[in-house]
Design a protein around this ligand. Structure first.
Ligand code: ZN
Length: 244
């Protein structure tokens, strides 16, 4: 472990355009379960058998909005969650002028809460919500205050939809372009808290053209061979020891 931290420190010292690519494992250390485990709990409670992908699909949102919002509000929103050591270390790395972008699959906004500025949210954010009819914007608190299970716009009555990319929905083009740019210009890529099996994560990594990849994940991934350094440990522990 300590040798790995030293090696990570050296890599950070010797690179100046670092990009971090993160997944659910970054937020589980803030006690936010990934949606796959959350869906298990939800099914148990309802005595149903929806797959995790079904629960967060566009079809499900359209056909069963009540069940969608029950799951969404109960299992995907953690209003009181706080940034952990990983978020804080990455914000510091950006402050130091080393980190150019954070690319995240998480929707919880914890990187911004920790102070990070250039955060590319591939899957959107729970903090932005828009009326599907008139487009009125609601932040998280406003959306939750609309009452009832399905949030209806207080102007036109339309359903207010979280700005979260559901299965069957396309990623935002602007974010995709920025992600590809950030990756193709980076000299060091740190990947953390993701097993890289879920589309589109693995596909994006191929745009990275720099010389070193660091993988920090509790379990092994299919990208381990491509990495200069693999650390199978807590992302919060590793990043805070190397950066803070
Ligand atoms: Zn409206």
């Amino acid at each position: 472990m300590n040798n790995n931290i030293e090696r990570l420190k050296e890599l950070i010292d010797s690179h100046h355009n670092i990009v971090f690519f993160g997944g659910a494992g970054v937020s589980t250390e803030s006690n936010i379960p990934d949606f796959r485990s959350a869906s298990g709990l939800f099914n148990e409670k309802l005595n149903r058998n929806f797959t995790p992908e079904q629960l967060v699909s566009h079809t499900f949102f359209m056909r069963y909005p009540e069940e969608f919002f029950k799951f969404y509000k109960d299992k995907l929103i953690y209003e009181d969650a706080n940034p952990n050591k990983a978020h804080i270390a990455l914000a510091k790395l950006e402050d130091m002028g080393k980190l150019n972008a954070i690319i995240t699959q998480n929707i919880d906004g914890l990187h911004q809460k920790a102070g990070s500025k250039n955060v590319l949210e591939l899957h959107g954010s729970i903090h932005r919500n828009y009326c599907t009819k008139c487009g009125k914007f609601y932040d998280l608190e406003d959306m939750l205050n609309l009452g009832n299970i399905i949030p209806h716009c207080d102007v036109c009555g339309g359903i207010v939809k979280p700005d979260v990319v559901l299965y069957e929905e396309a990623l935002d083009n602007g974010i995709v372009n920025e992600t590809v740019n950030a990756l193709s210009n980076a000299d060091l890529l740190i990947i953390g808290g993701t097993s890289l099996v879920v589309y589109p994560a693995a596909g994006f990594i191929d745009y990275f053209d720099g010389n070193s990849i660091v993988l920090i994940n509790k379990s092994t991934t299919s990208y381990d061979q491509k990495a200069s350094l693999v650390i199978n440990d807590s992302i919060g522990d590793v990043l805070s020891k190397a950066i803070l």
